[in-house]
Design a protein around this ligand. Sequence first.
Ligand SMILES: [Zn+2]
Length: 337
Amino acid sequence: LKVDVYWHKAYILHDPGNGHPENPRRLQLALEGARRAGIRPAELGCEGDPWRAYARVHDSEYLERLARAVDEARLYGYPVYIDPDTYVSPGTLEALSGLACAVERLLGEAGPGRALLLLGRPPGHHAGVAGAALGAPTLGFCLLNTAALLATSIPGAVVFDFDVHHGNGTQEILGPPGVPHVDIHQDPATIYPGTGYPWEEGPRGSWYNIVVPPGAGDDILLDALGHATRILVGLEPRAVVVSMGFDGMDGDNYFAGLRAGPTFYYEAGRLLARLGAPVVAVLEGGYGRGLVEGLSAFIAGLRGDPPPTGDPTTSPPGVWERYRRLLERSHWLPGHA
Ligand SMILES: [Zn+2]
């Protein structure tokens, strides 16, 4: 696939002003990751109307609440928390406007043989119809759900999410229309947002949750990718909207427990390249080395560049055992009653 990477200067303006993990440094790391893969990221300069654009996926009450919080932050001149872990800051409106503008651009340019990657902030896959999704305690750093907006705007699209956390917001938004959602993530019994079990089928049977236990390395994650491949091929998508999160990478952050190496992200890119449908990918999580090494490996896989050097990470036998038990309870497993 021909890969293009986009970013917008306004994504730096969403800023907690302290040690919050979702901060502007993430964008610098992701840009470094893209450059490491040999890509020169294209800077967007346009503006959009987030409240109008995202009305397709969020209800008006939530958008009004968010707009009020954004106004408050501008007025006070410092960040305001809308829940215990999610903030808006004086520059958040510009960042959201930059996301709305990027959506227009991605929709206009998506097409055969291409993968368009947006290095946007803040992330979105935990934002549901009316805020925190599927009973989650918080929005998990997310404000507006760009993946869900893209998936409802592209006919025949499916969503593939490989962030370490369950894409609960996307699944909540896309469940009723029945847009298929294939999501590899850490066992929700062990991590936020506490949903995304493999037996959850969703309102139209369109939820495909592939769950891996904490401690899982590339070996288990490649097996999970095999299941994702079979599901995605069967869905015959006309486009794939990807929630790309790199927080499953070993050493990326302190709040997740997977041990992915570059191999997992490379193979996720290869999977999409082999699938053949146009790819539109938006950045979700990733807080440290995942944004550099995970993203560059993902781009290499999309482009068909040589695989990363170094051995895939491996999982202890007990983790494999827990993985197999979760697999057996997956509604999408062939032969499952
Ligand atoms: Zn995440």
